[in-house]
Design a protein around this ligand. Structure first.
Ligand code: HEM
Length: 192
């Protein structure tokens, strides 16, 4: 009897195929010591703002609710906007290199790859939230967007991961989306 190997779950592939990009971001953010001072933290919030402003239309895309029913409540853009106000930061001009309509025209499965990066980053936010607290910021002031989703970090991530693994999604389109999302964040970080 011949054995067929089942393909790796999509969440496993996404993690493996973007691990190097994640490591570079982690190294860069840690290397620049963005959590070492209030000024560094302001740069981090501005970076998060730019990324999540671009993703706001993706979180509002009703086509994606068939995959992620609670998508709208996962959107952190309003929290980050409030963090910007708390910190007295000016709103940066929106100049996405991909063009103004890019995020409203994403193919569904590519969009899910972008969402993987935003949703997965809430796991690392567990660490970043503690570092922000050391600087005096909290879920009530300045670090609202680093707080866990109302469902809790673990359950929120598990629900998203199960959706990735239990739904028929073209893995290549999804992984391409995730790679683009990491590259997009890296580009903004390089500009900071
Ligand atoms: C200094 C900055 C960062 C640190 C220290 C960090 C740390 C971490 C850690 C420890 C995890 C794994 C948590 C767990 O498995 O429970 C994680 C997951 C993740 N992070 Fe980060 N992170 C950072 C920045 C970022 C940024 C800027 C992004 C994207 C914009 C990001 C995207 C992700 C994704 C997508 C995952 C999920 C990986 C998976 O399990 O599939 N991270 N991060």
């Amino acid at each position: 009897m011949s054995e067929t190997l089942s393909p790796a779950p999509l969440s496993t592939r996404l993690k493996a195929e973007t691990a190097a990009q994640h490591q570079l971001l982690d190294n860069e953010i840690s290397g620049r010591n963005l959590f070492g001072s209030a000024q560094g933290y302001r740069d981090f919030v501005r970076l998060q703002y730019r990324f999540h402003r671009d993703l706001d239309p993706v979180y509002r895309d009703t086509r994606l609710e068939a995959f992620i029913p609670d998508l709208q409540s996962r959107n952190r853009f309003a929290h980050i906007t409030q963090d910007m106000k708390d910190l007295g930061l000016d709103i940066p001009r929106q100049d996405t290199p991909n063009g103004p309509d890019f995020f409203t025209r994403l193919q569904t499965e590519t969009a899910i790859g972008w969402l993987y990066v935003a949703e997965g980053s809430k796991l690392g936010a567990n660490i970043l939230d503690k570092l922000a607290q050391n600087l005096g910021y909290s879920a009530d002031f300045g670090a609202r967007h680093l707080a866990p989703d109302p469902a809790g970090r673990g359950p929120s991530w598990l629900a998203f991961r199960n959706m990735l693994d239990d739904t028929a999604i073209d893995p290549e389109a999804c992984i391409d989306g995730a790679r683009d999302a990491f590259a997009h964040m890296a580009r903004y970080l390089a500009e900071q």
